[in-house]
Design a protein around this ligand. Structure first.
Ligand code: F6R
Length: 382
């Protein structure tokens, strides 16, 4: 039941610290130390050694929020494990598949495990490679919250995101759990392929251990403030723009999708550097801009893109970390602050205020947050 929360979505947002905590317990090896036995991975995914040696290329297929998690996955797999990775919408991939490349790992990401397009894309991949030489054959990995589902039966490897059942149609805790799945996969591959030093791996793991407390802190400090902010956008606001760069561009996409789905406000997301190539023409005082501006390699760039938006009278909302909040206060009209976090891990925190923002706007509008119009939790038709 809703345990005192007004909607399942809010309950599920608040479950995220616990989901991350139990996921870390399952997938991180507590006994791993930097200098120990090289065959003992810091990550417990139970993947076969063949997969570590035989993966030169990764292709990911997914839909909706799972596609956003996959874009973060691409960043991690390329930057940490050095494996070229593509991400396709499953509904597109089905009808224009890539030429077959040997030693490819195909990953299907689906919370429900039943999304028709994602299943069909994976089945097609398996079928078209089944008659080929073994190095061309499909290695299929599912990242799913329901390992007993159809996708679990198609794939020969599974990462169970174990977020618990999600009732709200808008994905929240399952998104976070999918993103974690990609951290594990990228770290495990990086460890076996030696693309990261053990010191760096242990630093990232240390950072992951702080995430549950940091999500808790974000919920405690931001929930009320964001609810208050949300009141500004429930009457006249018809459009929102979300911007982000690098590992946080997918978070801008996710923020925009959440808002569209449950509040029915039109929202678009762009890589911040793309604004000047067209979308900036949309901006005026009626179009709020949400910038995901987490400290790191592209922070200054995002800030300068945000300032360009401000010069067009847009109301600017910034998602940043405590580390930068004083300085960021000069740029943004409103600041949504999360605890300090290194750039690599920042998407897991940056998404939380955006989930809350869309939730509160929809709830204040009195909309059916858990069952938005025209949407189903599991899309089993093409
Ligand atoms: C967004 C949302 C949808 C799903 C999409 C894929 O909040 O819920 O966009 O992410 O329908 O669903 P799964 O992950 O079950 O394949």
């Amino acid at each position: 039941e809703k345990q005192g929360f007004r909607h399942y979505m809010l309950k599920e947002i608040h479950e995220q610290p616990g989901v991350v905590r139990s996921s870390l317990e399952t997938y991180l090896n507590p006994n791993w130390h930097v200098s120990e036995n090289p065959d003992f991975s810091p990550i417990n995914l139970g993947l076969s050694s063949q997969l570590y040696e035989n993966t030169d290329y990764i292709q990911i297929v997914a839909c909706g929020t799972s596609w956003h998690a996959s874009l973060i996955g691409k960043y991690l797999l390329e930057q940490l494990a050095g494996i070229p990775t593509t991400v396709d919408y499953a509904s597109e991939y089905r009808y224009s598949p890539k030429p077959v490349i040997p030693k490819t790992l195909t990953i299907g990401v689906t919370q429900s495990g039943e999304t028709a397009d994602t299943i069909a894309a994976l089945e097609m991949e398996r079928a078209r490679r089944s008659k080929l030489d073994s190095k061309f054959q499909a290695q299929l990995l599912a990242i799913t919250n329901r390992p007993e589902s159809t996708i679990g039966q198609i794939c020969n490897h599974i990462i169970n995101t174990q977020a618990g059942i999600e009732i709200g149609v808008a994905a929240t805790k399952t998104f976070i759990a999918q993103v974690l799945g990609f951290y594990y996969l990228a770290l495990d591959l990086a460890y076996h392929r030696k693309t990261l030093s053990n010191e760096r791996i242990s630093e990232i793991i240390e950072g992951l251990h702080h995430i549950p407390d940091s999500i808790e802190k974000t919920l405690e400090t931001q929930d009320k403030a964001i609810e208050e902010l949300a009141h500004n956008f429930t009457q006249e606001t018809e459009d929102f723009i979300f911007i982000g760069r690098g590992i946080n561009f997918p978070i801008a996409l996710e923020g925009a999708l959440k808002l569209k789905e449950i509040s029915y406000i039109h929202a678009e997301a762009y890589p911040a550097g793309e604004m000047k190539h067209g979308p900036i023409a949309l901006l005026d005082h009626k179009v709020p801009v949400v910038a995901v501006a987490m400290p790191g390699s592209v922070y200054e760039k995002v800030i300068s893109n945000a300032q360009e938006a401000k010069a067009r009278d847009a109301r600017l909302i910034g998602v940043t970390s405590a580390m930068n909040s004083q300085e960021a206060a000069h740029t943004f009209n409103d600041l949504l602050t999360v605890p300090e976090v290194e750039e690599l891990l920042s998407p897991i925190l940056a998404v939380i205020p955006l989930q809350l923002l869309s939730y509160h706007i929809a709830a204040i509008k009195g909309l059916d947050v858990d069952q938005p119009r025209n949407l189903a939790k599991s899309v089993t038709v093409e």
